[in-house]
Design a protein around this ligand. Structure first.
Ligand code: COS
Length: 382
């Protein structure tokens, strides 16, 4: 649902202040300790951040895609690890249920997801099924009134805190590709489900990814999401939405880095004048600003198309491709403008440089986005 202009302004202002006053001051501490403090998570819950996209009847704010992206841009102005704490509830962990769940499934899970009491995770990737996500090997074999899950998932965001997983598993081993895959809602406490240790990562400390292992996990048949064999399409439609969300976060980080670079360039003096007066520095600022503006326009336009009910597979892939590559370039220029100060930890620039690297990889690599964009363009005839 689209918010009216006043409510939208209020929400964005609240998030902007929360980011500036509460999150930015503890960015370095969270990176150091690899942990978002419990009181901050509690504040996120009370602000409604876990339920941004959950329908109102289940306790969420039911944001439109455009409003979600506007909030995502604000959240991008600090370490992306904070957004990750509730990002799966807003996006890939909940949207399969929102789009394809039965009324009973929604009543059972969505209120807890909206309040943040239940953290959700999206379990698609496997050791042998990354970009080729239709190759999932985790099996879900029907046995009476349940499916028995065996296999393992890899790099699953928030798995260590999750209470509910959306799991893509193969229900028909005779069908090798997408058509043999179904989606399931799998509660964390089912016997046989275990979680690996959080991986050590290049960036985004405070956000965790782990393996999820299924050893004869009996999942009630009523927990299947959508029809048998439709699980891959559930995953792809969830990702169409998720890719726009990630694009918005990339824009927020880029805008933050540009603001930081401009402030530093105005204050830092070399050759007797602020480095902002040098045209080679100005050239970098101009490139970063232009690209961030282009990503903003592309992402918000794509979000509006989705809100109008259009298929945005191409647009979401294009936005994610452009915005994630763009923020990589912007972060690189920010390090360059800060010079030595950008390379040491004090200003947080090198931290954001590392944090943004994953945007070109997760929810589909840049190369997968290119494949999707090209296929859709060929299909549409231009
Ligand atoms: N929405 C709805 N349906 C979709 C879809 C979408 N966005 N994309 C594909 N489908 C459907 C196709 O229409 C096809 O259905 P039919 O068999 O009925 O025609 C089915 O799903 C299989 O699609 P396709 O043939 O395109 O599958 P491929 O195996 O060729 O792979 C890519 C498609 C590569 C695009 C897909 O595997 C992908 O996006 N990979 C990256 C996965 C990813 O983002 N991983 C990150 C993990 S989550 S953090």
């Amino acid at each position: 649902m689209a918010l009216d202009a006043d409510t939208r302004e209020q929400l964005i202002d609240t998030v902007r202040r929360f980011v500036a006053e509460r999150l930015r001051p503890i960015e370095a501490e969270v990176a150091e300790t690899d942990r978002v403090p419990d009181d901050v998570l509690a504040e996120m819950r009370s602000l409604g951040l876990f339920g941004l996209t959950i329908p109102e009847e289940y306790g969420g704010l039911d944001l439109s895609m455009e409003d979600e992206c506007l909030v995502g841009i604000e959240l991008g102005r600090t370490s992306p690890a904070f957004r990750s704490a509730f990002g799966t509830n807003v996006g890939i962990g909940s949207q399969g249920l929102v789009m394809f769940g039965t009324p009973e499934q929604k009543r059972k899970w969505l209120p807890g997801i909206a309040s943040g009491e239940i953290v959700t995770s999206f379990a698609l990737t496997e050791p042998e099924a990354g970009s080729d996500s239709a190759a999932v090997q985790t099996r879900a074999i029907r046995d009476g009134d349940a499916y028995v899950l065996n296999g393992s998932k890899r790099y699953i965001t928030n798995a260590n805190r999750a209470g509910l997983f959306t799991v893509m598993a193969r229900t028909n081993p005779d069908i090798k590709g997408a058509g043999g895959v179904s989606a399931f809602l799998v509660p964390r406490d089912l016997p046989g489900l275990s979680i690996g240790k959080p991986e050590k990562k290049m960036g985004q400390q405070g956000a965790h990814i782990c393996d999820v292992i299924f050893d004869n996990v009996r999942v009630p048949a009523e927990n299947r999401l959508g029809a048998e064999g439709e699980g891959f399409k559930v995953a792809m439609q969830v990702l169409d939405r998720g890719r726009l969300h990630i694009s918005s976060v990339c824009i927020g980080v880029a805008e933050r880095l540009i603001a930081d670079s401009v402030a530093y360039a105005a204050e830092r003096k070399q050759f007797g004048q602020p480095i902002a007066s040098f045209q080679l520095i100005q050239g970098m600022i101009a490139d970063s600003k232009t690209e961030a503006m282009a990503a903003r326009a592309l992402t918000l336009e794509s979000a509006r198309k989705r809100d109008a009910g259009q298929n945005v597979t191409l647009e979401a892939a294009a936005a994610k491709y452009y915005a994630s590559e763009m923020v990589g370039r912007v972060a690189d220029r920010a390090v360059q403008i800060f010079g030595g100060a950008g390379y040491v930890a004090d200003h947080g620039i090198e931290r954001l440089y590392r944090d943004v690297r994953i945007f070109r990889i997760y929810e589909g690599t840049s190369q997968i986005q290119q494949v999707v964009i090209a296929r859709e363009t060929l299909k549409r005839g231009g």
